[in-house]
Design a protein around this ligand. Sequence first.
Ligand code: ZN
Length: 295
Amino acid sequence: MNDYLVKAYAFGGTVRLYGARTTDLVEMARTIHDTFPAATAAFGRALTAAAIMGAMYKGDQTLTIRIDGGGPIGGIVVTTNPQGEVRGYVGNPHVHGSTNDGKLAVGFVVGHNGFIHVTKDLNVKNIFTSSAELQTGEIAEDFTYYFTMSEQIPSAVGLGVLVENDNSVLAAGGFILQVMPGASAEVLDRIETNIKAMRPVSEMIQSGFSPEQIVAEITGGDHEIVETIELKYFCDCTRDRFSAGIVALGKQEIEEMVAEGHPIETVCHFCGKKHHFSVKDLQTMLAFAEKPRLS
Ligand code: ZN
């Protein structure tokens, strides 16, 4: 099974529900960033939530989610789009911790003294950021609170990542449920009962549950799947973009680099890809760079 998500309308359209399998993309993220298990779980939950949130938008919009809880992981950044492409990085991938009952200590590594920020870039011209205080640092609770408080949509969020003994990702996935106006109290009761009776999402994925089956566990079958989107870890960074980044540093900075006479290497935060720029490249860039403005 590949990574994908499904979007469903349930209970006569009064509930919108997404279910996702993200095992491969979280494993890809772990390999690129060399995250230790608790960091993998935290990062994986954030990547999964982001992948699902991307599906709530259309076209060439992008979404950036920053989670800054003051914990040892030092912040998580994830970006996503409606095409199911996600990428991200964490401040410190080499953090680990377990709780007393042997679970990965996600809340501890993330921390809960801080905020979750969601920035929507709607075709460059309009950028909106909305924020909510972190509740536990366990990510799912934090997104639930974010949707309810910042977007005024009563929600339920489940996210899970299982990490193998060799540190690789065994299973990852999640669901986001949003209650639309008009949902009856009886429907809400049914959802609550079904979610309480469910096994953790990561266990369901591990035992072979598809996103469709996760959705069905929550609705009891009273839903219609309206969309399926493949999910993948994907970074669209290019040499040109890094080149533009160097140009933006300004004439003086580049002149200093040229004077030092060493080639420059840039590393992408998101995918680890390296780009090299020779002294000759830097000299070419000088022609495009602006002189520092005197203020
Ligand atoms: Zn990249």
